[in-house]
Design a protein around this ligand. Structure first.
Ligand code: SF4
Length: 388
């Protein structure tokens, strides 16, 4: 199976219940940003630029949980900023899992080894590591040497400890897709369970605009990407991929992936900010949804990002006969675990497995390698975050 069975079953039940009750707009994945601070300054990142003035602000765990209950999405993507510099990340993850939600913990991978001991493997919890290429390319994109190497060591440690791990790759205009195929082959050998790919976001706050793609460029790039990468356990849905390849149209359903951060519910979407709302209901009701999307707002013209269109296949208009069958086949045809899963015959029931602690087989990961600052070093004595 492509995803853990429990995740698929819970999502299916949730969607059926929402449809049964006639709800027109409801969330699938909550993008939870407990903080915007990061230890890196990646070229294509809009967050650290847009929220520069509030970069030291953090949500409390209680605020995160209240927002999660307010929204009700079955999947929580913990992102930021860099969540692994959030001091109470271990408690936040435990509390979210205790409430029956599924988590993707999105990280640049620098502090996985340092913080692994705070988590237990679970079929509801994925480490989601951002990698935009092999070592040289990735370190260039994140503007710091050694990031790729540390992220890989983090992945190794997480896999050795029995965690589910997926990778997340942004495709830019300059991305060499043959290099991404090499990257995936490498990650496959490490036992990585799945791979997400999405086109770069044209953040308003990022000045280096020439790295982003037009719609035509996205289509060309993804035709090639699918050809080279589809043999891997892609976690990007086949319907969204059809849209990216230019084989079908979808309407934006940004309310399916709402973002919550220290300023509130961000409207209309992860990418653009026209307002922040105090409650999820206010976000749903006060956002003028009919004014967004291609042909309605010039800022949406070239947008094909997953937060706007990945939920559309399930939630939006333009669904086609046979889409449900296509999604089911896709789920059944996948296989987690990479080369490791192949050897062990992983069938996708997805237990994150093993010992539940952050040490490698020889204990070598317990204290990190000393070259990376521990998370406590990232918090000043007054509790504010120290931006590196
Ligand atoms: S089309 Fe893109 S930029 Fe526009 S509202 Fe949807 S997700 Fe946001």
């Amino acid at each position: 199976m492509r995803f853990p069975l429990k995740l698929t079953a819970n999502l299916t039940k949730y969607i059926a219940s929402k449809r049964f009750h006639g709800e027109k707009r409801f969330p699938l994945v909550m993008m939870l940003e407990p903080l915007h601070a990061c230890n890196l300054t990646c070229t294509g990142c809009g967050r650290i630029r847009e929220y520069k003035s509030t970069i030291n602000e953090m949500l409390t765990v209680e605020q995160c949980l209240a927002a999660m209950e307010d929204c009700g999405a079955p999947v929580v993507s913990i992102c930021g900023g860099e969540p692994t510099i959030y001091p109470e990340l271990g408690r936040l993850v435990r509390e979210v899992l205790d409430r029956g939600r599924h988590i993707y913990l999105c990280t640049n991978g620098m502090f996985i080894r340092k913080r692994l001991h705070e988590f237990k493997p679970s079929s509801s919890f994925f480490w989601n590591v951002h990698l935009d290429g092999l070592e040289r390319t990735h370190d260039l994109a994140v503007e710091r040497e050694g990031v790729f190497g540390e992220a890989i060591e983090g992945i190794r440690a997480a896999k050795a400890a029995g965690f589910l791990v997926c990778s997340n790759t942004t495709i830019y205009k300059e991305t060499d897709l043959h290099e991404i195929a090499e990257l995936f082959a490498y990650l496959y050998d490490l036992g990585v369970d799945g791979y997400m790919i999405s086109p770069s976001y044209s953040y308003a706050a990022v000045q280096t605009k020439d790295i982003f793609m037009s719609r035509e460029e996205v289509r060309e790039k993804f035709q090639q990407a699918c050809h080279l990468l589809e043999k891997y356990n892609l976690m990007t849905s086949p319907i969204y991929l059809e849209y990216l390849r230019g084989e079908r149209e979808l309407m934006c359903t940004a309310w399916g992936n709402p973002t919550y951060n220290p300023r509130g519910w961000k409207g209309p979407c992860y990418l653009m900010t026209d307002a922040h709302h105090a409650t999820f209901q206010e976000f749903l009701e006060k956002t003028p949804w009919d004014e967004y999307g291609r042909g309605r707002d010039p800022r949406c013209q070239d947008c094909m990002v997953h937060v706007g269109y990945e939920p559309s296949a399930v939630l939006g208009a333009h669904r086609k006969l046979g889409d449900n069958w296509k999604m089911l086949r896709w789920q059944l045809n996948g296989r987690m675990g990479g080369a490791r899963g192949k050897k062990q015959g992983v069938n996708g029931s997805g237990n994150g497995g093993a010992n539940g602690h952050g040490t490698g087989p020889n204990g070598s990961y317990a204290g990190g390698n000393g070259s990376i600052a521990g998370h406590t070093d990232l918090v000043s004595a007054d509790g504010s975050l120290r931006v590196l």
